[in-house]
Design a protein around this ligand. Structure first.
Ligand code: ZN
Length: 174
């Protein structure tokens, strides 16, 4: 396994639409292992392949708390087959939008059809945090970031701030 570099906004790669995976083979499993290690290292609970620059419809998540046993989830080619109109609100953050959080409303429950780590077809009935997290990650596959749900003004401010953070030279402590 290897820790990969997480791409941050603004970056055109994050706006790319990811492509379906035809088979879940060794290469895809290696990618999922790397994604999971990268996500754990960054203290995230979800990561889409495009966030490490791979435009494949693959997501990893782990919603277990630190002290609990790890319980990784893998989603290949996820599709939402059903969602309710009732929404829930969470304060969301994203490994690709560092140091920024905002409240986002999303359907409270959804059903997701996907292939697992072994390429087996599965259905997940998600609700609460799990539903929000999978929808956030699935947005990444479409090139959508959670800041896209904010007002235009607020979004522009966030992107400006992120650009400034990027342009700053590396800090060295000697
Ligand atoms: Zn994200």
């Amino acid at each position: 396994m290897a820790i990969k570099n997480i791409i941050t906004e603004p970056n055109k790669i994050l706006r790319q639409k990811s492509l379906p995976v035809s088979i879940v083979g060794k290469e895809e499993q290696k990618l999922m292992n790397d994604m999971l290690e990268t996500m754990y290292d960054a203290n995230g609970i979800g990561l889409a392949a495009i966030q490490i620059g791979v435009p494949k419809r693959i997501i990893v998540m782990d919603l277990s708390k630190n002290e609990e046993k790890k319980s990784p989830m893998y989603f290949v080619n996820p599709i939402i087959t059903n969602k309710i109109t009732e929404t829930s609100t969470y304060e969301e953050g994203c490994l690709s939008v560092p140091n920024f959080f905002a409240e986002v409303d999303r359907p409270k429950k959804c059903d997701v059809e996907y292939l697992d780590y072994n390429g087996k077809k599965k259905i997940l009935n998600a609700n609460g945090l799990l539903a929000t997290c999978i929808q956030h990650e699935m947005d990444h596959l479409e090139g959508i970031l959670f800041i896209d749900y904010l007002s235009k003004l607020k979004k522009t401010m966030v992107i400006k701030k992120l650009s400034k953070q990027k342009n700053r030279p590396d800090r060295i402590i000697v």
